[in-house]
Design a protein around this ligand. Structure first.
Ligand code: URA
Length: 253
């Protein structure tokens, strides 16, 4: 269950109180749901009504995520143009983290990446303190479209589109990748759109095609595209309308 490591910064609240707010039920009904074993927090069963939860904790009823409606009004959602050479982690011993770029943002420790871009990858990264939003963007079953600009070391084979649209199988993956969209931009350059977000997904897909990815940039998530005037390393807050664009289907490539 959540430990409030930053008293005075992030407010931990009793689980029954938050459940009552989210589900619009009484606290005793909320407590009954907990006792019946129907509530879990961050995928662990909740045990007591007085357990404490933090704003980014994910609360489930019968394994369905309860939308953090109250968090939506207070949440912070940023987009960063992630430069290559930093990691999507809260802390790292070897490399700078994306948090290093969030200069002057209060309580940076409450913000987390919605999915990861590799150390050498760059582009659109959403950073937020809303755990439910992170789940919505990253859970494979939500199928949020992520579009990447890819450059390769050798020419991309002519059958790349056919193979990627069918879904390729990488030797280190148990399952085939879901069908991806592909648009050639040149011999060694393409746009590719995926909806899963597995580890090194795009690099591995191109490995199957016999190419190494030498440049990888996330251009868009859903219909939200990295603005041209947002320089590498720069960030800004998203409006709620822009957040909605993350979940809209883009035009086919
Ligand atoms: N696919 C990759 O291989 N790397 C990323 O960083 C993102 C998608």
């Amino acid at each position: 269950m959540a430990q409030n490591k930053n008293p005075g910064k992030v407010k931990a609240e009793r689980l029954d109180k938050i459940l009552a707010q989210l589900l619009d039920i009484s606290r005793s009904d909320a407590s009954a749901l907990i006792k019946a074993g129907r509530i879990s927090v961050n995928e662990e069963p909740a045990l007591k009504a007085q357990d404490k939860v933090l704003p980014h904790d994910l609360i489930y009823l019968d394994e369905e995520l309860i939308e953090a409606a109250s968090a939506a009004s207070q949440r912070r959602v940023l987009m960063l143009n992630k430069p290559a050479g930093c990691v999507c982690a809260d802390k790292d011993k070897l490399h700078p983290t994306v948090h290093n770029y969030l200069t002057d943002v209060p309580h940076r420790d409450e913000l987390h990446c919605a999915g990861r871009l590799d150390l050498d990858a760059c582009g659109l990264l959403i950073i937020t303190d809303d755990g439910a939003l992170i789940h919505e963007i990253t859970a494979p079953k939500k199928q949020v479209a992520k579009t990447y600009l890819v450059r390769t070391d050798v020419p991309i084979p002519e059958n790349a589109k056919t193979l990627l649209e069918r879904g390729v199988k990488h030797p280190e993956e148990r399952e085939r990748y879901r069908p991806a969209q592909f648009l050639s931009l040149g011999e060694k350059e393409a746009l590719v759109r995926v909806t899963e977000g597995r580890f090194h997904e795009v690099k591995r897909m191109f490995e199957v095609l016999g190419c190494s990815v030498v440049y990888l940039e996330r251009r868009s998530i859903g219909r939200l595209t990295l603005p041209e005037d947002l320089k590498a390393g720069a960030f800004r807050a998203l409006s709620e309308d822009e957040v909605s664009l993350l979940f809209e289907s883009p035009e086919p490539l």
